[in-house]
Design a protein around this ligand. Structure first.
Ligand code: ADP
Length: 500
């Protein structure tokens, strides 16, 4: 059998058809509703206490810091009130030894120090005198204090706008003492020791920040419905009717929140959707990948969609084909039935044979290669992945399988978007005016930003969902929301509470 046919067979294993899509959406909606009522659902549906989205007229100067993985980002943002803003930012790598420090103080004092350095560098004239006064024990006027949003992308149990207990560290962090502690208080303590005029006003989730930033900058009057991340991981936050969030409205111990809008942003934590695999596809490659992770059986939706995993799915599929003696992938075709080792074109110690050796950016390269004979794919495999003399047929096989993995990921992403559009009933309302009927979705993350067909694959799937169809899909506007995400969340959380 020719290589092309083998590649088609493997690609077909990643098919996610119309019926699968339909079942996925139905289950997603069911889990959304379950998560709004109880704590026992694969969708955590975390109430964020944010009860409105910006409309672009907001003004003011705010700060945001972002601790999400390898870097710590500090920024200040001036909102001009006309859907535009100016941003000043700095970024510093977190020293490895602090990620696994003995005490929380070691990490948080480092973070506070970065805030001080940022203020000195970018807001010296404005704030030096205030810092000085505070140091001497004098009062600092309320309007002189910077309200700061703390984007903290680790699982936290949020118990108020600026209060959240760390549930567990992820992404290589491991400071035992911090687990169970309020991360906002830890940061505020260190800020106060440096006498900085900064108040940790809001604990911010990156998806909520994406939703808020998109809502401020996107044109139109409708407000954004959903903010979604497709980067290292995947997650989404959306605007829900408050009376549906019964696990909050009926909880006597819940913190206070503004009820006047009748809405609340809910953080779905959809990465863990269908961990029990009732409806998600499960190829042998998905199974092998899951087994190789430190958290098997967990984050099953994420493991089929996000940047951290798609490269590895491709690697597993390619290694599977390569190891099959009957398949002439990266081998000399004539002798492929005989001794593979003598005719192989692959470096046995190269990235192809190392777990996590293929980066998801290879899928984007494959999807974007328009060159004659797939020259770009061939060069990339040769230069970065330890394969020599890549033939056009090899490159075509890799392209075909990579496309199938990317397409499946985008169709699964569409399951989440479709479910949220349908569950919130947004399509049922129509004024007939095109601009007012827009359902706005803000997205962020390298996958959606750089994978060439991600949005088109999502749209193709959305058109196929019952209840959305072509007419519904046209109403969904998807746009990248970047930068300053944290700021908009503080604006509403802190200013909203102040005005209550
Ligand atoms: P994070 O989600 O950590 O904030 P990103 O949004 O940049 O950061 O996502 C990083 C992830 O995106 C990594 O898993 C990486 O493999 C993947 N990635 C990086 N570049 C690309 C690309 N060109 N196409 C698709 N995925 C990419």
């Amino acid at each position: 059998m020719a290589l092309a046919q083998h590649a088609k067979r493997v690609a077909a294993e990643f098919d996610y058809g119309k019926e699968d899509l339909q079942r996925g959406v139905a289950e997603f909606i069911r889990e959304m509703d379950a998560g709004l009522k109880t704590e026992v659902a694969t969708l955590s549906q975390i109430p964020t206490y944010v009860t409105a989205v910006p409309n672009g007229t907001e003004k003011g100067l705010y700060m945001a810091v972002d601790l999400g993985g390898t870097n710590f980002r500090v920024c200040s943002i001036q909102l001009h009130g006309d859907t535009t803003f100016s941003l000043t930012q700095s970024k510093v790598a977190i020293p490895k030894e602090l990620m696994a420090a003995k005490t929380s103080k070691e990490l948080f004092s480092f973070l506070a120090k970065q805030i001080e350095i940022f203020l000195q560098a970018h807001h010296e004239e404005h704030y030096a005198s205030h810092v000085e006064r505070k140091r001497k024990g004098n009062e600092v006027a309320e309007e002189e204090i910077f309200n700061l949003g703390f984007t903290f992308s680790f699982p936290v149990k949020q118990i108020g706008i600026n209060k959240g207990l760390l549930m567990r560290w992820t992404k290589g962090f491991d400071i035992k003492e911090t687990v169970g502690q309020d991360v906002c208080a830890l940061l505020q303590e260190e800020i106060d020791l440096l006498h900085l005029p900064v108040r940790v006003a809001a604990l911010v989730n990156d998806t909520v920040g994406t939703l808020m930033a998109r809502s401020y900058t996107s044109p139109g009057k409708t407000g954004t419905l959903l903010g979604a991340i497709f980067g290292t991981g995947t997650n989404g936050a959306y605007v829900e009717k408050l009376d549906k969030v019964t696990k909050l409205t009926e909880d006597k111990n819940a913190g206070s929140y503004d009820k006047s809008t009748g809405e609340m942003i809910v953080n779905t934590e959809w990465g863990s959707f269908d961990n029990g695999l009732k409806v998600l596809p499960n190829t042998p490659y998905d199974i092998a990948l899951d087994e190789a992770t430190p958290n098997p059986g967990i984050q099953m939706f994420e493991k089929r969609i996000s940047g951290m995993f798609l490269g590895e799915l491709l690697r597993l599929a390619l290694v599977g084909l390569y190891k099959d003696a009957a398949v002439p992938l990266f081998k000399d075709e004539n002798s492929s039935q005989n001794d593979i080792s003598s005719v192989t074109h692959v470096d046995g110690n190269g990235p192809l044979f190392k777990p996590w050796g293929i980066d998801t950016s290879l899928l984007s390269i494959c999807a974007g290669d328009q060159s004659q004979g797939l020259r770009v794919i061939r060069q990339t495999l040769e230069r970065e992945y330890g394969v020599s003399a890549v033939s056009a047929e090899d490159a075509e096989a890799v392209r075909e399988i990579a496309a199938a993995i990317g397409r499946r990921a985008a169709r699964l992403a569409a399951v989440a978007i479709a479910a949220i559009v349908l569950e919130t009933g947004r399509l049922e309302k129509s004024t007939g005016v095109v601009e007012e009927d827009v359902i706005d979705v803000g997205v962020d993350g390298s996958l959606v930003e750089f994978y060439p067909n991600f949005e088109e694959f999502m749209r193709e799937a959305l058109r196929g969902v019952e209840g959305i169809g072509e007419a519904g899909e046209k109403r969904i506007r998807i746009g990248i929301a970047k930068d300053g995400s944290g700021v908009f969340e503080i604006l509403w959380k802190w200013e909203g509470i102040k005005n209550m």
